[in-house]
Design a protein. Structure first.
Length: 242
C-alpha cells in the first residue's frame, strides 16, 4: 500500500507520518508540500490513498481533489485540516473522511479502514466495466466528515428530518432524501415501504407476524424493516430470484 501525505507544514506531515507508521507499518509513505508537487507525485507513484490538507499556497487541497476526480481510477482521499468550513466541498469530491487537526489516532484508524473498503468497491466496479459512481454516504459530524460505504449498508430508513443508513456495526444520519437514494442506487436497493429501502443482496427472508404485517430480515442487523402491501410482491420476487 502506498500513501501520499500532502501538507505544506512539515510538522503536520511528521505527525501524520508517525500515526501512519503505527496504524499501517507496512505502507510506503511519500510526501508532498504543495498541491502541484502532489499531482506530480501522483502521476509517478500511483498511491492508493491520499491524506490531503485543504489550505495550501498555490493549488489548494480542494483543487487537488477535483483533479483526482478526473482520473479513471482515483485514489481514496482523506482530508486532514484545521478548518471545518470545507466539508461540503469535500463531499462533492467523494472524500472518504474529513478529519480536523489535531487528528486523533482512533479517527484516522477508522478513516483508513473505510478507505480500504471503498477502494475494493471501486476496483470491483472497474473490473465489471461499470462506472464507479458514489461508493459511500456521508454526514458532517462534530469532529468532521463521517462516511459509510454503500457496500456495508443494509437499509435506509427515513425519519421526520433525516435518513438513517443502517450497517452491522453502526448507523449514520444523512441528509439525502429517500427518493433520491432510491433513484441513485436502484440496482442495489429495493423499496419495501414508503420509509424504507433495503439492500437486495442482504435480504434473508420475509416474516409475517400474528397481526398479518410483513417485515424483512436482513443479514448482519437486528432491525427488520416493515414491508407494505404495495411492495410485498417485489420483495417476494427478489427472494424467488435467489
Amino acid at each position: 500500500m502506498k500513501i501520499l501525505l500532502v501538507d505544506d507544514e512539515p510538522l503536520a506531515r511528521d505527525r501524520l507520518r508517525r500515526l501512519l507508521q503505527r496504524l499501517r507499518p507496512e505502507a510506503e509513505v511519500i510526501e508532498a508540500g504543495s498541491g502541484e508537487d502532489a499531482l506530480a507525485l501522483l502521476a509517478r507513484e500511483d498511491p492508493s490513498l491520499v491524506l490531503l490538507d485543504v489550505r495550501m499556497p498555490g493549488m489548494d487541497g480542494i483543487e487537488v481533489a477535483a483533479a483526482l476526480d478526473r482520473l479513471p481510477a482515483p485514489p481514496a482521499v482523506i482530508f486532514c485540516t484545521a478548518y471545518d468550513e470545507y466539508a461540503l466541498d469535500a463531499l462533492r469530491h467523494q472524500a472518504v473522511a474529513y478529519l480536523l487537526k489535531p487528528v486523533r489516532e482512533t479517527e484516522l484508524a477508522r478513516a483508513l479502514a473505510t478507505a480500504g473498503r471503498v477502494n475494493r468497491v471501486q476496483l470491483a466496479a472497474l473490473s465489471d466495466g461499470e462506472p464507479a459512481g458514489r461508493t459511500q454516504v456521508s454526514s458532517q459530524g462534530h469532529r468532521g466528515l463521517e462516511t459509510l460505504p454503500i457496500a456495508e449498508v443494509r437499509c435506509f430508513i427515513a425519519g421526520q428530518k433525516y435518513v438513517t443508513a443502517v450497517a452491522p456495526e453502526r448507523e449514520l444520519l444523512i441528509q439525502d432524501a429517500l427518493k433520491d437514494l432510491e433513484q441513485e442506487f436502484a440496482t442495489d436497493f429495493l423499496r419495501v415501504h414508503r420509509n424504507a429501502l433495503v439492500a437486495r443482496r442482504y435480504i434473508r427472508r420475509l416474516r409475517r407476524d400474528a397481526g398479518g404485517s410483513w417485515s424483512v430480515e436482513l443479514d448482519g442487523v437486528a432491525l427488520r424493516p416493515q414491508v407494505s402491501r404495495r411492495h410485498l410482491a417485489d420483495v417476494k420476487a427478489r427472494l424467488q430470484q435467489g
